[in-house]
Design a binder for this molecule. Structure first.
Ligand SMILES: [Zn+2]
Length: 276
């Protein structure tokens, strides 16, 4: 027995993005991403797999995991109907459970989030190097592909979640050495880099959060985007006269962007089209 799996691994973030963009979403889609570490295997164990006469490839590991999750171990674990959606190793971003269906990884968040596991035990091992870089790439791609934002955070609703945010677990997952504010910053920087500045040389500079200001949209059909970039995916559009709350600002090259909230949903709009 095994759970349904995708079983594909991508060494390149752009290939992972193309894969996710090819997935058709029907009834279920994620509202945020929940991050885990595997704990076991830790990084040392995973590295030992690579030096065996017959190395355990990441693709093979996905197959093994599919059997593991589907199998009940009396007194230890029950059989699961699915696993986490994604696994990140120092080599690859792998897809275990289908991204367009509910996974099993965090009791409180399964119904509404993607689960991603990074190989390592970041209570004891250092959170750095290729697995850290691949995790940030993977998270940036997930947010771009699903039109999600890692920040702001509202538990169970939106923003980047750690497994330890789940009141139903006592785990430290994804490890005591992983700091969420740092991870959110790294993901936002990667999203900005992947979705492009308005000019190739542009750097997005985030301004510190200010007290919320009120603004009114002064054009019809103002695009709301995932990040402060004219190349970022569009979340929706606002009609002339819409009132918005302005929470943040960013400069992308010479273009000023406003981080807004409209009907509870965050996004970015060009400052030219909002009268404060
Ligand atoms: Zn976890």
């Amino acid at each position: 027995m095994a759970i349904p799996i995708v079983g594909r691994c991508f060494a390149d973030a752009q290939d992972f993005l193309e894969y996710l963009e090819s997935v058709t979403f029907n009834l279920w889609r994620p509202r945020f991403v929940t991050v885990h570490h595997t704990g076991a295997p830790d990084l040392k164990t995973w590295e030992n797999w690579q030096t065996r006469p017959k190395p355990v490839t990441d693709e093979q590991w996905m197959k093994n995991l599919a059997v593991y999750y589907a199998t009940a171990v009396p007194g230890v674990k029950s059989a699961w109907s699915a696993g986490p959606h994604f696994f990140v190793t120092p080599k690859n971003i792998c897809v275990l459970s289908p991204p367009n269906a509910r996974g099993v990884h965090a009791a409180s968040f399964n119904a509404v989030s993607w689960g991603v596991e990074a190989v390592g035990n970041f209570d004891s091992e250092k959170y750095e190097g290729p697995v850290r870089d691949n995790l940030i790439d993977a998270l940036a791609v997930m947010h771009i592909a699903a039109g999600l934002q890692p920040d702001p955070f509202q538990k169970g609703v939106r923003g980047l979640h750690f497994h330890r945010d789940d009141p139903q677990t006592s785990k430290t997952c994804p490890g005591k050495k992983v700091v969420k504010t740092e991870m959110v910053e790294a993901i936002e920087a990667k999203i900005a880099a992947m979705t492009g500045g308005d000019d190739p040389s542009d750097v997005v500079k985030m301004a510190k959060a200010k007290p919320a200001q009120k603004g009114v949209v002064n054009t019809d059909g103002l695009n709301i985007r995932v990040t402060a970039s004219g190349k970022a995916p569009v979340l929706g559009s606002l009609p002339l006269g819409t009132k918005v709350s302005v929470l943040r600002e960013a400069m992308n090259g010479n273009t000023r962007w406003l981080g807004i909230e409209h009907e509870g949903e965050p996004g970015w709009v060009s400052a030219t089209f909002v009268t404060l």
